[in-house]
Write a protein that binds this ligand. Structure first.
Ligand code: ING
Length: 308
């Protein structure tokens, strides 16, 4: 039995004018609550320090740099790292990264119980568009403000298990989980900011959005025999609604719990990382069952090509 007690720490809305310091204070309050419940690890959403700014168009991309962090930890997040060390708690959170070389990524980090950043992931699947689109009910400019991640889908051995990360739209792509699964991942940590209104298909029902979200994380967990911790930034930011759906999924694809509201809150579950073994050694024993000689198109072809 390799138990880890995980707290999925959902953030409610962050308004455009909310200061990072105020958000960090909210994150610390959630961390303290998680500590009271004995959590070993706390997981926060994508872009946890700011509003979901890709909804805002900046003609001059450099203007958008105000949403980015030039270092991590930094002055605003130092109290969060300090509190995590005090609690002896690992953590993961997402933020907009501006590197010293001037590159822009939608990034998530994994910090161990001693407060060391042991893993960095940069979002690979960027949804949306890169120019202002007047046809859309609202903008989703991740392709404008971020580069695709350049670190692949790594895993790290820490806190007694094998952990991987992905971010938001990544969860909709089976390749994400399979690359992590081929490295023995036992727990995938992901944050998301998902607009509940499709900017191109406004009528899409909220229930369908939630269905696709659950389907994606449950399938990823089951098909790779791994836990998945999916954490929302939720609620209405400056009039724009983000769906909730924070949940923890076990290696059989079973949802162990969900946060039913759209405010700050935690969901705590004990996860036995040894529970990933059965699936990895039977139905999803990749070495015994996969036939890679037939999978070539998956990496050789980007877009679908139908027969004439
Ligand atoms: N947001 C959304 C997500 O993938 C989206 C974008 C919503 C794509 C719904 C497809 C359907 O959850 C981010 N930030 O990736």
């Amino acid at each position: 039995m390799r138990k880890i007690r995980v707290a999925a720490a959902q953030l409610g809305p962050i308004q455009r004018d909310e200061k990072r310091e105020a958000v960090v204070a909210r994150m610390i309050a959630l961390m303290d609550e998680a500590a009271r419940e004995g959590a070993d690890l706390v997981v926060y959403p994508e872009l946890a320090l700011t509003t979901f700014f890709p909804r805002w168009y900046h003609e001059d991309r450099a203007e958008a740099d105000v949403w980015f962090e030039r270092a991590m930890p930094n002055e605003a997040t130092a109290p969060l790292f300090a509190r995590a060390r005090e609690h002896g708690m690992g953590m993961s959170f997402g933020y907009a990264e501006l590197t010293p070389e001037g590159r822009h990524f939608n990034t998530a980090i994994l910090v161990d119980k001693a407060g060391a950043i042991v893993g960095t992931y940069r979002k690979i699947h960027l949804p949306g568009h890169d120019e202002f689109d007047p046809e859309r009910t609202h903008q989703h400019l991740e392709k404008r403000y971020f580069e695709p991640g350049d670190l692949g889908f790594p895993v790290w051995r820490t806190m007694g298990g094998v952990f991987g990360m992905c971010i938001c739209n990544d969860r909709r792509w089976p390749e994400t989980y399979r690359v992590l699964g081929l490295q023995g991942v036992e727990m995938v940590l992901l944050g998301f900011n998902t607009p509940s209104v499709n900017s191109q298909k406004g009528a899409e029902a909220h229930d369908q959005r939630m269905f696709h979200h659950r389907l994606s994380v449950q399938a990823g967990a089951y098909q790779n025999s791994t836990f998945v911790v999916a954490v929302a930034k939720a609620g209405t930011e400056d009039g724009h609604h983000l769906m909730g759906g924070t949940c923890i999924v076990d290696p059989d694809g079973v949802i162990l719990g969900e946060i039913p509201h759209e405010d700050d809150g935690i969901l705590v579950r004990d996860c036995d990382l040894d529970a990933t073994r059965f699936g990895k050694e039977t139905v999803f024993d990749f070495a015994r069952h996969r036939r890679v000689e037939h999978y070539g198109l998956i990496t050789q072809r980007t877009g679908a090509v139908a027969p004439e």
